[in-house]
Design a protein around this ligand. Structure first.
Ligand SMILES: [Zn+2]
Ligand SMILES: [Zn+2]
Length: 292
């Protein structure tokens, strides 16, 4: 591993990636036949920011796949409590036995879920929860939109995503977060999961210029209703990127990344990578590493 600072995508899938742990060899073969080539096989969305931050994580297997030891990580930023981004028990398992507990940063739902999972046990025979005698060790910090805080050597700003909002009834079911991460003069936008940007988030973003911007491109060429969806397709992605350009949010050589790609709705990597590249967009794949 060279020692220049970098980010690495530990997973680039969408919610349907959770169906990808094939329970048997026949299913594994079916998947391999449909999606040949390693770059279409997408696991749960997760990003490692060297040397010690991970954004979203559902298990240590994805860290192990890229040789990232648990003891190297100290900070876990969580975007929201969907199970393709966040699984409290798996996080507790990954940190158990470490000399230092990780600090988990997230919205109130994430913070409560972490607290609950570290203090309760489910008893399936009784069908009820009970206390764990000794709470499992984890450090949790609640963060909210507009807040800026220090994470290791980085400065992080949280902002609101358009995700988990019932538009017709105006119910924001959870305050889903996107993050701006600044370190050593470089700035990263991590915009999963989100549909079109909220106006208050564009206001927060106006203070930054990005070296790397990671956007939601879940549905590819599939037509979707932007009102109903908390995600983007390629057409919406183009609109969001145009808005970022209009607001002068990209540095000159900014790397613009399409991420959170549905495994079932979007064509294999090889069939779309050129089309996106033609628009100046890098199609993410599991394991992709960028200098940061
Ligand atoms: Zn997701
Ligand atoms: Zn989600």
């Amino acid at each position: 591993m060279n020692d220049r600072p970098f980010i690495q995508f530990l997973g680039t899938g969408a919610g349907d990636c959770l169906e990808l742990s094939p329970p048997n060899a026949a299913d594994a073969k079916k998947i391999a036949d449909k999606y040949p080539g390693g770059r279409s096989f997408r696991h749960a969305p997760s990003l490692f920011i060297s040397p010690d931050i991970i954004v979203d994580l559902i298990g240590r297997a994805q860290m192990q796949a890229y040789g990232i030891p648990e003891e190297a990580v100290r900070h876990l930023l969580i975007t929201h409590a969907h199970d393709d981004h966040f699984q409290p028990l798996a996080i507790l398992d990954a940190t158990s036995g470490l000399p230092h507990p990780w600090t988990v940063y997230g919205n109130t739902t994430v913070a409560h879920a972490m607290d609950f999972a570290s203090t309760h046990r489910w008893d399936p025979s009784e069908g009820r929860f009970e206390w764990i005698e000794k709470p499992r060790e984890i450090s949790v910090q609640t963060v909210g939109p507009g807040q800026t805080f220090t994470v290791g050597a980085s400065t992080v700003t949280a902002l609101s995503a358009k995700h988990m909002i019932d538009v017709e009834r105006m119910i924001q079911q959870e305050q889903v977060l996107n993050y701006v991460i600044e370190r050593g003069g470089k700035t990263l936008f991590y915009g999963l999961d989100s549909s079109y940007m909220l106006p208050e988030s564009m206001e927060v973003l106006s203070a930054f210029q990005f070296d790397i911007a990671v956007f939601d491109a879940t549905f590819g060429h599939l037509e979707i209703d932007p009102g109903k969806s908390g995600h983007q397709n390629f057409r919406m992605l183009d609109t969001t990127i145009a808005e970022f350009r209009e607001a002068n949010l990209f540095k000159q050589d900014a790397v613009i990344v399409a991420d959170h790609i549905s495994y079932y709705e979007v064509e294999p990597y090889e069939e779309i990578v050129e089309e996106l590249a033609g628009k100046g967009i890098v199609l993410a794949y599991d394991g992709m590493r960028l200098e940061f």
